[in-house]
Design a protein around this ligand. Structure first.
Ligand SMILES: [Zn+2]
Length: 279
């Protein structure tokens, strides 16, 4: 069933757990994520990042995400990840996405704040919720930029409070020591920063770059206020490994066999992640 991000995150806040936000650049991702969430009877977020427009157009995959959410037996939110322009965000809202992220983190603070305000106003007119980013989380969702570069600009708690208050966003993507892509060295998570921003702002925090964080670090981050974890790289790699394994075992002639192998491997990986975030 399609559920608003606000109510998903509210329940996560009360239950002190996190919900996985999983990117869906292919149909195999969509099916794997729903299969994993249903098998555990847990809520999940289907995300589409703007950088994957090159993989599949939003206008094609967007309605599929919504249909998958509506047909699921568990609560599902459909979310636009890292929207960089208001035009693109409105395209997602028109399709029916009930949550959008605006990422103006590379802009100067005042510009990011002004644009985020506009996005909040727009999203509200569609009844959708807004996540925004402050600070800088290096890399991107397509693995194009330097993955694993943890030299991100960490979110300043004081700026975060002003940003949250003035924009009226529902959740904040905070830069707390994680990065997008595969880590070349273990991320050093700034737990005190998570706690300070969460406790002072009272809104759910989002961890980007969730692949490759240790079990202990997930648990501690969630204890301190992370309520949504964006997880993609490891799921994507699990899909590749599933395909490689099948190709090693037999002489595959049909592409759909690869798709099925990828889906099964990704569903198993997503299951593990959901159990970690929401035991
Ligand atoms: Zn991200």
């Amino acid at each position: 069933m399609l559920i608003a991000m606000k109510s998903l995150l509210q329940k996560a806040e009360e239950g002190k757990y996190a919900i996985g936000g999983f990117n869906c650049p292919t149909l195999e991702n969509v099916c794997a994520i729903i299969e994993a969430a249903e098998s555990l009877n847990k809520p999940v977020i289907l995300s589409f990042p703007q950088v994957h427009e090159q993989t599949v157009p939003l206008t094609v995959i967007g309605p599929i995400l919504l249909q998958a959410a509506k047909a699921a037996s568990v609560p599902v939110c459909v979310h636009l990840d890292h929207g960089s322009t208001i035009e693109y965000i409105e395209k997602a809202l028109k399709i029916g996405f009930n949550s959008v992220m605006y990422d103006g983190s590379r802009l100067p603070f005042a510009q990011n704040l002004a644009n985020t305000k506009k996005v909040v106003e727009l999203a509200r007119s569609y009844g959708a919720d807004v996540e925004a980013e402050l600070g800088g989380i290096s890399g991107d969702e397509a693995g194009i930029a330097a993955g694993g570069d943890t030299s991100s600009k960490l979110t300043d708690p004081q700026e975060a409070l002003q940003f949250i208050r003035e924009t009226g966003i529902d959740s904040l993507a905070a830069s707390i020591g994680t990065a997008h892509g595969f880590y070349t060295e273990a991320p050093k998570i700034d737990f005190a920063r998570i706690q300070e921003i969460h406790d002072r702002s009272g809104i759910p925090l989002v961890m980007h770059g969730g692949s490759g964080v240790s079990d202990e670090d997930y648990a501690e981050s969630i204890r301190l206020g992370i309520r949504k974890i964006n997880y993609y790289s490891y799921m994507a790699k699990a899909g590749v490994d599933g395909v490689k394994q099948l190709l090693d075992q037999k002489d595959v002639k049909y592409f759909h066999e690869l798709a099925i192998a990828a889906r099964a491997a990704m569903a198993a990986d997503v299951r593990e992640a959901i159990m970690q975030f929401n035991p």
